[in-house]
Design a protein around this ligand. Sequence first.
Ligand SMILES: CC(=O)SCCNC(=O)CCNC(=O)[C@H](O)C(C)(C)COP(=O)(O)OP(=O)(O)OC[C@H]1O[C@@H](n2cnc3c(N)ncnc32)[C@H](O)[C@@H]1OP(=O)(O)O
Length: 130
Amino acid sequence: MNYEEKIQESETRVFKVVFPNITNHHNTMFGGTVMEMMDEVAFMTATRFARKSFVTVSCDRIDFKNPIPADTLVELIGKVKYVGNSSLKVNVQVFVEEMYSESRERAVSGDFTLVAIGIDKKPVKIFEKD
Ligand SMILES: CC(=O)SCCNC(=O)CCNC(=O)[C@H](O)C(C)(C)COP(=O)(O)OP(=O)(O)OC[C@H]1O[C@@H](n2cnc3c(N)ncnc32)[C@H](O)[C@@H]1OP(=O)(O)O
């Protein structure tokens, strides 16, 4: 499987229901919870891409473009956008969907950098050179 196929195969989609336990006093989803879910999806995407042990080392700007109201569904989509030596970057997009109509829009997006580590917790190459 080549790089491009691996990127397609490892694209990771997760749905969540925006129940009251994850909303704030504006009755929208708490931003920190969105970021936690994004980090988890970035981790899953990286792991499925390389089948190595990853840790998150940084995240770039996260844009909260639209609020995520209570009683909606969110879809998080993770996709590898850059592969380095031991690190890779995963773009995560979050879409919000109405439960009882076809309405859907992008709400949040951001990039996460993860590093593959060995059992000694030190960085390891993601792929050996052919
Ligand atoms: C899934 C989870 O919940 S993980 C929990 C949260 N994360 C953690 O606890 C990670 C804590 N951090 C660490 O253990 C270390 O910083 C490590 C293992 C990630 C990196 O160790 P370092 O000695 O700094 O690594 P080093 O300087 O050799 O860099 C390794 C790679 O990471 C990249 N990197 C390091 N720091 C950053 C950063 N802040 N932002 C982006 N990339 C970075 C480097 O560019 C390099 O990439 P490359 O190999 O593709 O060229």
